[in-house]
Design a protein around this ligand. Sequence first.
Ligand SMILES: Nc1ncnc2c1ncn2[C@@H]1O[C@H](COP(=O)(O)OP(=O)(O)O)[C@@H](O)[C@H]1O
Ligand SMILES: [Mg+2]
Length: 301
Amino acid sequence: MNKRVGVIMGGPSAEREVSLRTGQGVLAALLSRGYDAVGIDWTGAAHDLWAALRQERVEVAFIALHGTFGEDGCVQGLLECCAIPYTGSGVLASALAMDKVYSRRIFDQEGIESPRWCTYRGAADVARIGLPLVVKPAREGSSVGVSIVHSEAELPAALERAGSLHGPVLLEEYVRGREIQVAVLDGEALGEVEVRPATEFYDYEAKYLRNDTQYLVPAPLTDAERHLVLDLARRAHRALGCHGATRTDLILTPSGRAVCLEVNTLPGLTEKSLLPKIAAARGIDYATLIERILATASLKT
Ligand SMILES: Nc1ncnc2c1ncn2[C@@H]1O[C@H](COP(=O)(O)OP(=O)(O)O)[C@@H](O)[C@H]1O
Ligand SMILES: [Mg+2]
């Protein structure tokens, strides 16, 4: 409580703007609860961040970054080297969760159901997965580069879109069903939201640009369905070795199959973000949630 907290926000990734909003929200919440907190707007090179942490005499870091460097283990590694405890997942879990190929390998091994998948090398892979299928880059977020391919004719453009981004290209079985996201805090599932996009899937537009995406908290689920999705998220969080707060994206099929798409290790934390909405439905107000996440700060190596 009496340690100086640095809220690291901004960063060089494509999600810089969202991160600044998360960071401002977190900082305001910590100040309102009497913490000695300071915002650190990281604008670029790694040594700038290190210099700012030293200058501000930061003793604990609240990571409010998203995407490249912030979410993939890089900043976590820098904080480990500086012996500054930080919120969220460690180096390995962050890197694994950010990479859909490596996280899928762990899911397969741990019996966590995810869509049938392979990395794209040629036409035989397309035949193996079958149409419709989903094409996505291994290391992106915000649905950037994700396409649903219904016919052979749509394939080249989808492969090019995903191929121009970070990491190899994945092909996945298209899973039809309801889109559910589950919040996990410190190993405990807090609850879930159902996302109903007005677009064909929960794409970048539906996430950030449109106002006709519906969010239902809690999701209208039967007890058995809720148990299934919360359990899947808890197991996925644990399988990757995550810490602190995560948000798992999954699909619940009409036949009652829960299929894990990914675990987000630094979910959005503006007051309007999904994880705070889920927490609020559990009676955990925004500032209390932020305090609880801060309380999980640690060194993991
Ligand atoms: N295999 C799939 N079947 C059906 N829809 C999918 C599938 N994979 C992704 N989607 C859709 O694309 C969105 C983004 O995919 P996701 O794997 O969560 O990547 P991102 O890291 O970009 O959020 C999902 O929220 C969902 O709407
Ligand atoms: Mg997602």
